[in-house]
Write a protein that binds this ligand. Structure first.
Ligand code: PEP
Ligand code: MG
Length: 761
């Protein structure tokens, strides 16, 4: 067998012409195998299609018995074709019958053909079929012939995924892709059933064959140059892409200069492919290797290479005049469940969140800011789901449970039904919480609690009324900044704060000034690369060093709160001097308003967030200076345990119910109680978990601010709790010098023994 033309270029063009014609899909497939056979001077050309992830079916053949088409079926792993599908590797055999996997299929009449060349049809690294050529004569096919067949298979892969072939499959009753059940860590509760959307959506390749390889080579190199520049830029924006990206970007920069990778792409260009087809071809090989790779380190490296290919494809697509084909720019289906390898908070905010129903991340951590954004948006979130983006296709039906961490891709009908029922049950629980809306948060022994929500987006505001919260205990003003592509103007900031106060009515709102930096870098802000961003230039540190931003925000807040109480607090204060300096800046703006005779708030309350351990030893002065204190346990905990909250390896290493953390909180609660008139609240995420909130109640905290989903469960818990009883037990647990690394167990036992409501959504 030899090529009738110098390369597959002419054949590729012909194939694409056939695919574009107006005729039934089956006819096109028949013509395609005829063309391949004729061009490759083969007596047989057959196409097997994977019909249900376990079964291959002969879909078209030139040379084999036509009666066998759509009749012959093979299991993956069975026969030569099955082995190719199972391994995603080609087979080139001069004497097929000698191969141990050879499986004689009498209905095909293939016994007379000796030589066999089969290649996998790969799409995005996943096998969707097998393409085979056969000849009577005993011979080994050349390397060029194998490569040519692989390129043809790649073009076919796109066609097999086209709507016309999909409807042919449906008409033939071919099975659907197999279901996958994966598990990760549930980071925000809630069940979502919806349609999958891949964050980094696959980029369709419109042109495969090119007549001028030199021009394509230039395009590839130009794109590689741009890719390196893009990576360099990203490396200088560590916060943009989310925590943990530094190391990835560094590896990717190394790969971007990898001679082997570039040479493989150039080889395919030489064979007649366009630059993008060559990138996709090499990417496809890598993905197939990745899926077979069990070593987590090597898998991660192949994953990096995969990311790099996507970036390169995007650059090439942009060069073609197409806009960046990111899922965020496309209209989302209603109830979309977003799948991504990892994501920063700003990226999530780019989506139309009204259409989002859930989020699945391969990476991610409980207190990473993308998690907080997901919570703020009320999105069920499952993170740490290895391989999620490999298994899912945009458009698949998926079920996720943000509590148990389950992810079901293309679930079977029964399973879907049972989850629909579960969803309905959860609605019952929700209705129970709604009924509690107007009930006071008073414990069985008469202790009155105030339950506030943490908010940051206009969408959060509706929760105030629907949940019956007592106010907003933390308004994260930076969320609005993260959503925008430019700095919000003073008027825009003012309008948002005004709307927040209007919705809150009489209820208090604690505005936190901009808490940017670390993993919260707005898209418009260029941020110098920092070796340790969580402890770097962030929050009040930026505010004091660049007073322009903070002053602008103060003016917006003062104007919005004219005629009522304005409560403002500062994040990440480590030294009381920083608090005083920020407050002085606010006072200065007040005086400016007075001079300009602009209306002012009736009352100003200036508070501080307790997030940095150093403040613990400045408590007396702090309680003297501040009007209120709010404990940000998310950050406080990461600094107390020296464990990055955004890093999946460290985020869950220590329990918020660790005795060290609880003793510390107990002392703050006691100091706060002794200083009447300076309320001390807790606004970290632990306040929204019924068991953790119960322990906080036992420590003496009665003001809790939490993600909105926590209000119902925490209120139900409080109403069934005897605080006095818990307090004495808790103090005993903590008095134990060798107390275990968490009081979770005794706390859960206490809850069970006393019938305390631990219902969660
Ligand atoms: C905290 O650190 O606990 C907190 C509430 O602030 P954020 O999570 O926004 O950093
Ligand atoms: Mg914080």
């Amino acid at each position: 067998m030899t090529f009738a033309s110098p390369g597959p270029r002419v054949l590729l063009r012909r194939l694409r012409e056939v695919m574009a014609e107006q005729e039934p899909a089956q006819q096109k497939l028949d013509r395609i195998v005829q063309l391949i056979a004729a061009n490759m001077v083969a007596e047989v050309c057959s196409l097997y299609v994977l019909v249900d992830d376990e079964t291959l079916e002969l879909f078209a053949s030139e040379g084999l018995n036509p009666q066998a088409v759509h009749r012959v079926r093979l299991a993956v792993g069975e026969g030569l074709v099955g082995v190719i599908a199972a391994t995603a590797e080609p087979l080139n055999l001069p004497q097929a019958q000698k191969h141990p996997a050879f499986h004689y299929l009498p209905e095909t009449g293939e016994e007379i053909y000796q030589s066999f060349l089969g290649v996998p049809v790969l799409r995005g690294g996943t096998v969707s079929g097998v393409l085979v050529v056969q000849n009577r004569q005993r011979r080994r096919y050349s390397e060029e012939e194998r490569e040519a067949l692989e390129i043809i298979a790649m073009v076919l892969a796109e066609f097999l995924a086209s709507p016309e072939v999909l409807s042919l499959r449906e008409a033939l009753g071919a099975g659907r892709l197999r279901s996958h059940h994966l598990r990760g860590e549930g980071l925000h509760p809630g069940i979502a059933i919806g349609e999958a959307v891949l964050h980094e959506s696959r980029i369709p390749i419109r042109r495969f064959e090119a007549s001028d390889p030199l021009a394509e080579r230039d395009r590839l190199h130009e794109a590689l140059g741009r890719l390196r520049a893009e990576l360099e830029r990203l490396r200088r924006h560590p916060g943009l892409a989310g925590s943990g990206h530094d190391a990835i970007l560094e590896t990717m920069s190394m790969f971007a200069a990898d001679a082997g990778w570039i040479r493989r792409m150039e080889d395919f260009i030489r064979l007649g492919l366009t630059a993008e087809a060559a990138v996709a071809r090499v990417q496809s090989d890598n993905r197939a290797r990745m899926l077979r790779q069990s070593d987590p380190y090597l898998r991660a490296r192949l994953h990096d290479l995969d990311d790099l290919s996507w970036r390169l494809l995007r650059i090439l697509a942009r060069g073609n005049g197409a806009s960046a084909p990111e899922a965020a720019r496309k209209p989302l289906p209603e109830g979309a469940i977003l799948f991504a390898r990892s994501m920063g908070p700003a990226e999530l905010l780019e989506y139309d969140h009204r259409r989002l129903a859930g989020l699945v991340l391969e990476e991610g951590a409980r207190l990473a800011h993308v998690t907080l954004v997901a919570r703020a948006l009320g999105l069920p979130l499952v993170a740490g789901v290895e391989g999620a983006t490999d298994f899912v296709e945009s458009g698949d039906t998926v079920i996720i449970d943000g509590r148990s961490g389950e992810v079901h891709i293309r679930p079977e009908a029964d399973l879907l039904e049972s989850w629909r029922n579960r969803l309905a049950l959860r609605d019952d629980v929700r209705r129970r919480f709604v009924r509690l809306k107007d009930a006071p948060a008073v414990s069985k022994d008469g202790v009155r609690f105030e339950l506030f929500i943490n908010a940051g987006l206009p969408a959060d505001l509706e929760h105030l009324d629907t949940l019956g919260a007592d106010g907003i205990g933390l308004f994260r003003t930076e969320m609005d900044f993260l959503m925008r592509r430019r700095l919000p103007r003073r008027g825009e900031q003012e309008a948002l704060y005004r709307a927040v106060l209007k919705t809150a009515g009489e209820r208090p709102v604690l505005f936190r000034t901009l808490d940017i930096g670390a993993d919260k870098v707005p898209l418009f802000m260029s941020n110098a690369r920092e070796p340790n961003p969580a402890m770097g230039w962030r929050a009040i540190r930026i505010g004091l060093d660049r007073p322009g931003l903070l002053k602008l925000q103060f003016r917006a807040l003062l104007a919005a709160a004219a005629g009522r109480t304005l409560s403002v607090m500062f994040p990440m204060v480590a030294d009381i001097g920083e608090f005083k300096a920020a407050r002085a800046m606010l006072n200065e703006q007040m005086r400016l308003f007075e001079r300009l005779r602009r209306p002012l708030p009736d009352k100003l309350r200036v508070g501080v967030m307790l997030e940095v351990p150093a403040l613990l030893w400045q408590l007396p002065a702090l309680l003297q200076e501040a009007d209120f204190v709010s404990i940000g346990t998310n950050d406080l905990m990461q600094f107390v345990f020296a464990a990055d909250r955004a890093n999946p390896r460290t985020a869950r290493r220590y329990d918020p119910l660790h005795p060290a953390m609880l003793r510390l909180l107990r002392d703050v609660a006691a100091a706060g109680a002794a200083r009447k008139g300076v309320p001390v609240s807790v606004c970290g995420d632990m306040a929204g978990d019924p068991l953790e909130a119960m322990v906080l109640a036992g420590l003496g905290f009665t003001r809790l601010s939490m993600p909105p989903a926590g209000i119902g469960p925490v209120k139900a818990m409080i109403r069934s709790l005897d605080v006095g009883r818990l307090r004495s037990e808790l103090h005993q647990w903590l008095a134990e010098p060798s107390a275990a690394c968490s009081v979770r167990e005794p706390a859960a036992r206490f809850a069970r023994a006393h019938g305390i409501d631990m219902l969660r959504l």
